[in-house]
Design a protein around this ligand. Sequence first.
Ligand SMILES: [Zn+2]
Length: 452
Amino acid sequence: MNQFMPVIGLEVHIELATKSKMFCACSADYFGAKPNTHVCPICLGLPGAMPKANKLAIEFAQRFALALNCQVQLGSKFDRKNYFYPDLAKGFQISQYDLPFSQKGFLEILSGEKVKKINITRAHLEEDTGKLNHATISGRRVTLIDFNRSGVPLMEVVSEPEMNNAQEAKAYAQKLQQIVRYLKISDADMEKGSMRIEPNVSLRKVFFGSKDPKVTKVLPPYKVELKNINSFKFAEKAINFEIERQRKILESGETPVQETRGWDEKNNRTVSQRSKELAHDYRYFPEPDLTPFTFTQDYINQLARQLPELPDAKIARFQKEFQLSAYDVEILTRSVDIANYFEEAVKAGKRHQLTPKQIANTLINQKIDIDEVFPAKLVQNIITQTQKTQLDPKELEKIVKKVLLQNLKAVNDYKKGKEVALGFLVGQVQRELKEEGGPRQVKEMILRKLKP
Ligand SMILES: [Zn+2]
């Protein structure tokens, strides 16, 4: 019986949140805007229009690359990628071919309990295309083109095909999103399309007992690209569906077709969009209207020094500094805003002897809206809540005396060395208190009264 191992790589596109577009002064903040209102001769691709590169977009791309442990290149250039598509008015897209801004990085993800390293092939910058909207107007099916998105700076991050299941692919994409948000270079919102993921999936035959490790490293002779996925959940579903679909084809002795498939959300399956038996010939050539770039190592080093604390480092520090569980830390570091909020609350709580754990618990269990409650207010709330459960020592002493007198047998048992009897007495006092008052406080009072 043949066994197959899924081989998954991810191409992720992220729109950078710069004010203007990649090669013109039009606003890149197009979401929800009236169609074709954020356009000019450059992003409409009119003849003779001259592009000018957006400096900040390049810096964002380089910072992102550094956060992905990539080698940022000292020399780089833009190229034309030629193909025809209705959403691409010029007939080519300005992208990068042989000299991307960065390459060879890696990202660490959690695969089950283990840390797994996923290598990144390259991270380059390009321009986004326009958007096609299919509609029915006066009973006729038409396709409308909106060029507001055309020319928005777009990062493309390509991973090596090193993920082996849908969970790993999801973890990788989520980590990318988290880093982008930590860097504040994009909102990376999948629903809005500012982050788009395209998994490619194939299955590799696993040979058991093979002594030649090369045999098992051979990549499958085909690859299926998945498109039009707008949530992590759908990505996971689409990958799992593809794995099963391809497994059946392979088990019947055939090879799946090399193609692009989309996710059909209604019917929970992938559907063929176009077959891609041959690689496209994009006839890449250097963009003649933009001069190549050179950067100094000093500049790159400076960018690296200016990077904020990234998720992995923050997680390690939170665990060490605040002595919290991995679960708590994972939630508190999901976004940099929550992490900052937590640290501020810890600082404020310190003056009132509140522990980081108390603050973490309240923040997580009571699902605090950090935009509504200031950290100082949260600390005040915790203090009020704890005071309610603090018992008046005099009242407690009276009740303890009464309970001890009523349970002389347990008292004697405890004195003879039966530890269980103490637990019983604590329970009796708590019952008298009718509310669950701190068992430690009760226990301390009992022990004090039992002292010879
Ligand atoms: Zn423009």
